[in-house]
Design a protein around this ligand. Structure first.
Ligand code: CA
Length: 328
């Protein structure tokens, strides 16, 4: 596995001059690229291999979704379930819950390490979600802890001289709380331990839960750069509330680019303008070269997002393509 990581890094670094690294210091002040679940357009999401490949593509930040194990280890995984990226159903068939799902939180870290990780698939049909991506069921990938991933990124920052940040997301804090676990407290403790404490450190912390993100600022007294993810329509009153504790918002690009009028002109919502009026950055999700919606090309989609709508950052499964676009 480590041979694969090393090879990927060498391949990508050999031919590319890191033009953007000189401007990295103030990376939250300009347009940024966030590697969404790593280089997930090319390798199974959230694997260390996917993160090493993303690193070599020179994004500004690499994303981690976090869910706790039974023994309180933050695991880098997108869902609270294991069903659609692992072989849990064949390794631990008796551990399924009544709702048909296998939960990360029901397994110890040691048990989770026994699972193989695959390209995202539909558990019912065993078919990959993105047909042109890494083949389902192939090669050998594992789950890992948040600490493992921080050490990979910090280690590469040391060995390459780059300054790439982390962009962790606290997943489903309410679900964790019901089982007596304070995921935010555990994650903030680890961040402090690894030197991520203030807005000028290379870390942006994100969460969909508005009450929880506010709590992270007020009750847990974090001084990190905080991004409020939004999965709903937000009005100006919502933004007034967000600005009391957050530094930015993370909406879907679909809530910013509303489509085209009858003359073919792009229709934009007021969301970015209204957020900028309140000094909130806008990091939109998710830019996928193999899922364009109504956009005629990936380049056009990026142009609409970054320059038509003036977003400040993009979550993307294809960090190489977005870095290349911004360098042009
Ligand atoms: Ca996420």
């Amino acid at each position: 596995m480590y041979k694969t990581i090393a090879l990927i890094i060498i391949l990508f670094m050999a031919g590319s001059v890191n033009l953007r690294s000189q401007t990295k210091i103030n990376s939250k002040a300009r347009k940024i690229v966030i590697a969404h679940r790593g280089a997930s357009g090319y390798l199974p999401e959230h694997t260390l291999e996917s993160k090493a490949m993303a690193y070599a593509m020179h994004p500004d930040f690499i994303e981690q979704d976090l869910v706790l194990s039974k023994d309180n280890v933050p695991i880098v995984i997108h869902d609270i379930h294991l069903d659609d990226i692992t072989d849990v159903d064949s390794k631990f068939p008796s551990r399924v819950r009544k709702d048909g799902h296998f939960y990360v939180i029901d397994f110890t870290y040691k048990e989770l390490q026994q699972l193989n990780v695959f390209e995202r698939f539909d558990p019912k049909t065993k078919k990959a979600v993105f047909l042109k991506r890494f083949p389902y069921g192939k090669s050998h990938f594992k789950l890992h802890s948040f600490q493992d991933e921080i050490e990979l990124i910090q280690g590469l920052n040391k060995s390459t001289g780059n300054t790439i940040g982390i962009y962790p997301e606290i997943k489903n804090p309410g679900f964790h709380r019901k089982l007596g676990k304070d995921i935010s407290k555990i994650v903030l403790g680890i961040l402090i331990e690894y030197g991520y404490k203030t807005k000028s450190d290379l870390c942006i912390l994100q969460c969909f839960d508005e009450i929880e993100l506010k709590r992270i600022r007020t009750e847990l007294k974090s001084n990190l750069f905080l991004v409020q993810l939004v999965g709903r329509i937000v009005n100006e009153k919502d933004l007034d509330d967000f600005k009391t504790y957050a530094d930015g918002i993370g909406p879907s690009i679909r809530s910013i680019v509303n489509g085209f009028d009858k003359n073919g002109n792009v229709i934009y919502s007021d969301l970015v303008k209204n957020a900028h009026a309140r000094n909130l950055k806008v990091h939109a999700f998710t830019f996928r070269a193999d899922q364009l919606g109504k956009a005629p090309s990936f380049e056009k989609l990026l142009e609409m997002g970054f320059y038509g709508a003036n977003i400040d950052g993009a979550f993307t499964d294809f960090p190489d393509k977005v870095v290349e676009f911004l360098e042009k």
